[in-house]
Ligand binder design. Sequence first.
Ligand SMILES: *[C@@H]1O[C@H](CO)[C@@H](O)[C@H](O)[C@H]1NC(C)=O
Ligand SMILES: *[C@@H]1O[C@H](CO)[C@@H](O)[C@H](O)[C@H]1NC(C)=O
Ligand SMILES: *[C@@H]1O[C@H](CO)[C@@H](O)[C@H](O)[C@H]1NC(C)=O
Length: 588
Amino acid sequence: MRRNSWKSQFFGQILFDLIPQIQFQTTRGLGLLTMKLIHLKHAITFLFLFLTMCVFIFIMRMTKNIPKVEDEVDPITATLQVSTHHQRNHSFCSFRHLSPEEAVEENLILNSIAWPETPPLLPPRSINDTSDPAHSSFIILPKEGGGQRIVGDQLHVRITMFDYHGRPKKYGGDVLLVRLHSPALDAGVAGQVLDHLNGTYSVVFPLLWEGSAQVEVTLIHPSEAVAVLHRLIYDQPDQIAYNALFRSGSVKETTICNICMRPTQHPLCDYTDVRTGEPWFCYKPKTLSCDHRITHTAGPITGKGLRKNILFQRGMNLKVFIGASGPAQVTVLSKKEDQPEARSRSVSEAAGYYYKGVWQSLRDTPVHQFNTKSAITQCLRHKEIHMYGDSTVRQWFEYLLKVQPDLHQFDLHNLAQSGPLLALDYKNNIKVTFRSHGPPIRFTVSSSEMRYIANELDGVAGGANTVIIFGIWAHYGTFPVEIYFRRLMSIRKAVLRLLTRAPDTLIIIRTPNPKSLARFEEFSASDWYSIQQDKVLRAIFKGINVHLVDAWEMTLAHWLPHNTHPEPPIVKNMMNVILSYICSGNSN
Ligand SMILES: *[C@@H]1O[C@H](CO)[C@@H](O)[C@H](O)[C@H]1NC(C)=O
Ligand SMILES: *[C@@H]1O[C@H](CO)[C@@H](O)[C@H](O)[C@H]1NC(C)=O
Ligand SMILES: *[C@@H]1O[C@H](CO)[C@@H](O)[C@H](O)[C@H]1NC(C)=O
């Protein structure tokens, strides 16, 4: 399916097989005629294989009429790309069926997020050959054309990576996050990183406030760790287990469940959702039947290998700052009166920025501040707000209950983690609900309440008073990204059906955000994975009438530490973004 990566792997392999032979020939000279003949034979075999592949690919393209993705890919990048096709072949996960159109889209999107691979030609022999944040550095580049930096300019930074012996890295793929901030002004903005695939990275920031601004560069993982994470996701997608409790009368049994079940002789219960086709399986209990499943719970965490892995050491190469080789900050002057508004490209690439602790949007809807109870009530009056997803969406439900004393939580006798939860304000006719997404989820959920977001959306009539909010990411990080892609595609279909029957429905989607990576579950399902989720999510919902809460940038740009569950000041800013979408500027 992922022809591009697969093809590059194939050619890459042949190329790498051939290189030692070429070197051998040049060093040993013309002496060994027999050796040369063998090489000639190899070369002819290679040529023959190459031509066969070209014909094959040509035919594939003609017959399937698939857009030519690879033409846009730089050939150097292509040979370095990680082949997930190869990995998926190995995986024992169940992938829901895709229509031919969906398969084309998957191919396009997954190719666009392919991570540069650590070249197989230079496998790191020891930790000494891997990226060392202590030896690496960044430098602020002088302003093009000289002169003082003013608001509206761009700031360019170059990061150069070195290994533990202080030798420059020759390939890319390091996971780097960057921000520009000013502690005195409670200001911050995320920057864009461009990987040159040669050990250097270019960074660009928009300059959005007057005063000082300092650059912060964080190495999330060295590129060599990415290869480990990538393998882990495909080799051990079951490293985090899920359980089901079965009960009949006084008989109770617990078995293991997953999307990815290793092939065994053990019979399975197939709980694949008939409407979405999303797969889910549990081992069949010994005495009870599959119909006796009553509760879904989080199971044990099996794969703990990374905790001791030298490539994942806190304070050494996991989420560590990289220092500057010169000044790390700049002074930005205010724009002069007569200067035109210089909204540079990078400004429009950032979703927004913090100034005095308040998130300012640089995209569609301006963010208003809903600082009083009455402002929030006025915004939500006569609204029905349905929230779906993981605990990062439940944070918003909890925030609303806290700031709105008129909103009363109705006791549905459900678990606080998974819900469904319901809050009502009778006087103002406001209804807020929360429901967790379907499996995989590490909450305890009654089997009868375990629902897929796509199916739930099909049960919403929609309309101008309906607000749909969902966020689904944190429980997916240990699975092949194809599974996340398929889940979002199911949801997108339901979103499109909802928007067709009720185009006035407001739909708000939460993106993933950087995590603290302090706990095992977090660094196996690391920020590297969330970066890809974030891109997949944006690509899938691009061009559809939905609004994003850019949790990624809102967490990255903030001075509080990264956390799966962002802290209250960030949640408050997110809620202001949501309320601004709901009231689109007509309140406050
Ligand atoms: C892909 O899977 C098939 C069937 O399971 C197997 O025969 C083949 O060797 C696999 N290919 C790779 C590249 O692992
Ligand atoms: C890494 O380099 C240091 C210093 O040269 C050396 O002492 C150490 O043995 C090397 N480690 C490995 C695993 O090669
Ligand atoms: C890396 O690539 C960039 C972009 O092509 C280039 O400007 C830079 O000089 C290269 N650096 C090294 C060390 O090769």
